[in-house]
Design a protein around this ligand. Structure first.
Ligand SMILES: Nc1ncnc2c1ncn2[C@@H]1O[C@H](COP(=O)(O)OP(=O)(O)OP(=O)(O)O)[C@@H](O)[C@H]1O
Length: 266
């Protein structure tokens, strides 16, 4: 059986904030129906890399991205950014619903993208997908800000799913949530993998071990005054956690797990 085509092909990607280079020569292929987790110490460029996948770095003045990123074979660096952001959705660390009704949180994005179908039906479907429909169906006109943090995060995911993305990016999606909400969002991610490509940044190695198919370990290389982020090892989850091929990966994983052993992280 031939391997599936990658959803995202990243080749020789470097990122600069003004004169400072923060990512060096990152290459990796990310596959559909998989969760890919990016791990590594603070400041190694995980969020920067994630933001390249939906061109959010374009919004940061002075950012320069060099290299190639293809989304199902199409160059995303030359695609209209609105198309990239519809096809590659993103969920952030802190739930960020609009200060509007639950209904409008989803309807706004649909209208902005010229959706011509049944908006009510689409809202019901996406809220059902995230397990929120029964909880909110009688208060769709109420402010999304009245929902709990975990409900807000699922609403943000529903808002993303309503646009039928091909790839979903998640930057620490559970770190601001309580343990019960975390479990619900993790179960949701596990289910969503069947239909989407999911790329997730996490500091929580247990979360990566529970959810990821592939893991990318990123690290910082100090060169004089400069701190350069690089992708050190990219491999199936069991290899990264049990038998990494690079010493730096082993050192990071062992240190993190010594601080918070598997089974004791939330
Ligand atoms: N908007 C920005 N302008 C300038 N430098 C930035 C900007 N955003 C990030 N950086 C720098 O780029 C480097 C990588 O940051 P990034 O947030 O991508 O790392 P990270 O691995 O996601 O970190 P963390 O795990 O702490 O969230 C850091 O040195 C950071 O200070």
């Amino acid at each position: 059986m031939s391997a599936p085509s990658p959803s995202l092909e990243v080749q020789n990607l470097s990122v600069f904030y003004g004169p400072e280079q923060v990512l060096v020569d990152v290459s990796l292929d990310i596959f559909p129906q998989q969760v890919t987790a990016l791990i590594g110490p603070s400041g190694c460029g995980k969020s920067t890399l994630l933001r390249c996948f939906n061109r959010l770095n374009d919004l940061i003045r002075g950012t320069r991205v060099v290299g190639n990123i293809k989304l199902f074979g199409q160059d995303i660096l030359t695609m209209p950014s609105i198309e990239v952001r519809r096809r590659v959705g993103m969920v952030f660390q802190r739930p960020n619903p609009f200060p509007k009704s639950i209904y409008e949180n989803i309807a706004l994005g649909l209208r902005a993208n010229g959706y011509q179908g049944d908006i009510d039906g689409c809202i019901e479907q996406s809220l059902t997908q995230v397990g929120l429909w029964d909880e909110v169906k009688n208060k769709l006109k109420q402010s999304a800000l009245n929902l709990s943090g975990g409900q807000q995060q699922r609403l943000c995911l529903a808002r993303t799913l309503a646009l039928q993305p091909e790839v979903i990016l998640m930057d620490e999606p559970c770190s601001a949530l309580d343990p019960v909400s975390t479990l619900r969002v993790e179960e949701l991610i596990d289910r969503l993998r069947q239909h989407y490509t999911i790329v997730m940044v996490t500091h929580n190695l247990q979360r990566a071990a529970r959810l990821a198919d592939m893991v990318g370990f990123m690290n910082v290389r100090q060169e004089g005054q400069h701190r350069l982020g690089e992708l050190v090892e990219y491999a199936p989850v069991t290899q990264v956690f049990i038998n990494p091929t690079v010493d730096a990966t082993r050192a990071y994983v062992n240190t993190e797990l010594a601080i918070a052993p598997l089974g004791q992280q939330n």
